[in-house]
Every structure is written in structure tokens, then in C-alpha cells.
Design a binder for this molecule. Structure first.
Ligand code: CAA
Ligand code: NAD
Length: 283
């Protein structure tokens, strides 16, 4: 069976590992502590049970789960013998560069090193690896929750070869997802450039006292027809991630008007679903 590594087992990493296991891949799933990995495996099991209940899984949940091998801390041992690594650690360029440098040292020369970054430059991440590997560094941007969301953005950095893009498009199709190739490494790619504007506009309506998160979310669902309210989606994505993404995009020249309410939530460590409170409470 082909083997892949997923680095980071948080909101996105656990879902990405689940997707590869569902498609028959053996997966090495890395995070910094056993507790985080245990939580990730529980989340994957809960999700697989839902997939099974919906009649979309022929195998047993336990069989799919057994294809995921948790690895504490050691990126190097996790990438030995893999054909693909997908990095989904925190949205911090320095942490990502360290992961890529370590993966470059230990992964087979033909392995693709992909990042699930929402906003950071693929080109700069590629500069953490040896020049001869840079053609194999690429953006592979899944959406939350990966198991349900059909789209994956495949982002070409300055060094990424067409062959790498083609191979990643093939992986996306094997996972049963719809690839969209983004040919320029612009901040926020396609989806987050749109979402950033929506988040900011909704947030400023509240900051100016013109509306409330509850009213805006009801309008978004019942009038605009979005599947989730704007504030609920920010809580679901994680307000820490929303803040990191907004900051990284601004730093890269994306014109924005950051809304203080989102920044306040981050300063108060109210990150949404993952911390129990964001714009809403999650008991
Ligand atoms: N795993 C497996 N199945 C799941 C699941 C999971 N994690 N979560 C829900 N399901 C199943 C449910 O069991 C349910 O099944 P039935 O229809 O058989 O009952 C079905 O999926 C629908 O779930 P719900 O009824 O609970 O909720 P829903 O109808 O609202 O759908 C949703 C959930 C698909 C997430 C939908 O709300 C949605 O599309 N929300 C928007 C998500 C979105 O926009 N994500 C992108 C965020 S931006 C991003 O990710 C990029 C970034 O860089 C920040
Ligand atoms: P998260 O905070 O839920 O998870 C990040 C995980 O990375 C944590 O479990 C953390 O312990 C782990 N980690 C940190 N340093 C590590 C290291 N050196 N080695 C191994 N693991 C390490 O974050 P998330 O929401 O899953 O986001 C991960 C990435 O995916 C970010 O780049 C983010 O921008 C991107 N992304 C997030 C979403 C979303 O909706 N949350 C959607 C698409 C893309």
C-alpha cells in the first residue's frame, strides 16, 4: 500500500489523514504530543462512524483506522518511504520551514512535500528545502471539514514543476475531491481572498453597532443561502487561524481593514469551537 505522512493532527490534519486512509493509503500522522494524537484518533473514529452510517463506507471503521499510525514529534521517521507529505501544522512560516527542512532530509528524493497553508507563500516555504527538491514543493489546500468539503486548491509556487502539480491533481482525484489549480502564489489563493472580505464586512457591521452575529448568521443562511453563518464559520475554522491568515495576507500586500472584534477574540484566546468559546459558546 502507498504511504503518506500528514504533519499536524489538529482541526485539518486529522481530517486530511482520515481522507487518505479512506482512499486506502497507509498514513503516518505526526503531532507534538500523544494527547493531541489520541484526540485526533477519537475525532477520526467519530467521523468514520458518521461516514459509515451514511452508507459511504464499505470497510469496517476499525480497518480504516488501523491504516493511520500516530507518531509523536518525529517528522523524520514519519516521512521515510512516503510518496507524499502533507503539512498541516500551525499557520506560522518559521514552524512550517522547520518541518519542511526536516522532511527534506529524510523523505525519498521523489517524494512530494505539500503544505495545507491558507495564506503563506509556497515559494518561501520551498526555500527551506534543498534546491533540487524545490520543484516538488506545492500547496495542497483542503477545506474544513476535509471529509465533507469537495474542493482542494492546488497551488503552484515559483519553483513548483508542472509534473508536481499533475501528480497532486491526481492525488486529489483519488481522494474523491475536486482540484482547482491556482497558477500564481497570491496571498489567500482563491477562496481565502473571498472569505477574508466576507468575514471583514460582517465583522464591521457588528463593530459599528449595526447588527449582531446572530442576525448576520441568520441572514447568511436563510437569505444568502450559505451553508453556515459567517460568524459560526469563523468559530468552526478557529479564530486563531482567521487571525493568522488575515495577518499573513496583509503582510503580503492584500488590502484589508482588519476588524477589532476578531482581534479581540484572539487576544482573549476565544478561538471558537476548539477552545469552547468564540463568537458563540460551545458547552
Ligand atoms: N465527518 C463525517 N460526516 C460528517 C461530519 C464529519 N466531520 N460532520 C457532519 N457529517 C455528516 C452528518 O452526519 C450529516 O449526515 P446526514 O445528512 O446523514 O445526517 C451531514 O454530514 C451533514 O451534517 P450536519 O447536518 O451536521 O450539518 P450541515 O448540513 O450544516 O453540513 C457542513 C455540515 C458540510 C460542514 C456545512 O455546514 C458546510 O458546508 N459549512 C461550510 C463549511 C465551509 O465553508 N468550510 C470552509 C471553511 S474555510 C477553509 O477551510 C479554508 C481556510 O484556509 C480557513
Ligand atoms: P490547529 O491549531 O487545529 O492544528 C495545528 C496542529 O499542528 C496542532 O495540533 C499542533 O500541535 C501541531 N503542530 C504544531 N507544530 C508542530 C510540529 N512542529 N510538528 C507536528 N505538529 C505540530 O490548526 P489547523 O486549523 O488544523 O490549521 C493547520 C493548517 O491548515 C494551517 O496552516 C491553517 O492555515 C491551515 N488550514 C486551516 C483550516 C481551518 O479551517 N482551520 C482550513 C484550511 C487550511
Amino acid at each position: 500500500m502507498p504511504r503518506v505522512a500528514v504533519i499536524g493532527a489538529g482541526t485539518m490534519g486529522h481530517g486530511i489523514a482520515e481522507l487518505f486512509a479512506l482512499a486506502g493509503y497507509e498514513v503516518n500522522l505526526v503531532d507534538i504530543s500523544q494527547d493531541i494524537l489520541n484526540k485526533a484518533l477519537r475525532n477520526i473514529e467519530d467521523s468514520l462512524k458518521k461516514v459509515k452510517e451514511r452508507g459511504r463506507l464499505k470497510e469496517d471503521v476499525a480497518t480504516v483506522l488501523s491504516r493511520i499510525r500516530p507518531v509523536v514529534g518525529d517528522v523524520c521517521s514519519a516521512v521515510v518511504g512516503v510518496e507524499l507529505m502533507v503539512e498541516a501544522v500551525v499557520e506560522d512560516i518559521e514552524v512550517k520551514k522547520r518541518v519542511f527542512a526536516e522532511a527534506d532530509r529524510c523523505a525519498p528524493p521523489e517524494a512530494i512535500l505539500a503544505t495545507n497553508t491558507s495564506s503563506l507563500p509556497i515559494t518561501e516555504i520551498a526555500e527551506a528545502v534543498k534546491p533540487e527538491r524545490r520543484t516538488k514543493v506545492v500547496g495542497m489546500h483542503f477545506f474544513n471539514p476535509p471529509v465533507l468539503m469537495p474542493l482542494v486548491e492546488v497551488i503552484k509556487g515559483q519553483y513548483t514543476s508542472d509534473e508536481t502539480v499533475k501528480r497532486v491533481v491526481d492525488y486529489v482525484k483519488k481522494l474523491g475531491k475536486e482540484p482547482v489549480v491556482v497558477n500564481r502564489d497570491v496571498p489567500g489563493f482563491i477562496v481565502n481572498r473571498i472569505l477574508a472580505r466576507v468575514n471583514e464586512a460582517a465583522c464591521w457591521l457588528v463593530a459599528r453597532g449595526l447588527s449582531t452575529p446572530e442576525v448576520i448568521d441568520a441572514v447568511a443562511i436563510y437569505k444568502v443561502g450559505l451553508p453556515m453563518g459567517v460568524f459560526l464559520l469563523m468559530d468552526f475554522v478557529g479564530l486563531d487561524v482567521v487571525c493568522f491568515v488575515a495577518e499573513a495576507m496583509k503582510k503580503r500586500g492584500f488590502k484589508s481593514h482588519p476588524c477589532p472584534l476578531i482581534l479581540e477574540k484572539c487576544q482573549q484566546k476565544k478561538y471558537g469551537v476548539k477552545s469552547g468559546e468564540g463568537f458563540y459558546k460551545y458547552p
